[in-house]
Design a protein around this ligand. Sequence first.
Ligand SMILES: [Fe+2]
Ligand SMILES: [Fe+2]
Length: 205
Amino acid sequence: MDINTLREMAYKLMGNRKAHLEREKGFIYYHGLRVSKISLKLREVILPEDSSHDDIIVAASLFHDVAKGIEPHGKHGAVLAKDILKEYCTEYEINKITEIIQYHTQRKKNNDYSEYIKIVQDADILDHLGTIEIWMNFQYYAHKDEPMQNSVEFYSNEFKTHVENCRKLLNYDVSHKIFEDKVSFVYSFIDRFKKEAEGEFSIEI
Ligand SMILES: [Fe+2]
Ligand SMILES: [Fe+2]
């Protein structure tokens, strides 16, 4: 399979699509691109000797949310991807790619998942934390036309539970390491955000 061709196809399908009401057009395309990069980095740590499925991991990451909005999007995405990729991939590749897409949302449901499935599951979660999380949060309140104070309130009251729920779903130690770094950045951001939203400073004057 030719990854550049697949990337172009992914862009055509998702680059301008609005898959979530409260997110900008194209989010799923750029999210897929990031997930593909994060997945490869995780694979290098988790399976350092095994690059045999890298193209499969990248293709699955690019298209993992192709059916977002048609729930369950993992299941529907696998069917869609099978059709989209049939002229570009071998049968083995399609089977592996659609398996990853199908199970990317069913985390911790089965101990028999391949490492490739678990890697993409973790990469998907990791792309929802850190600066990306802040971006999505701001997009959400902007689309709802709500004041900054509602975002401050979310970070004060609900963010901690959100983080705990995401953390439980991770499969690997290296994912936890990246996760904690991203979360600690968001907490430092929240500290400042709360102050500045009230017209306060972070330094003594
Ligand atoms: Fe998804
Ligand atoms: Fe995703």
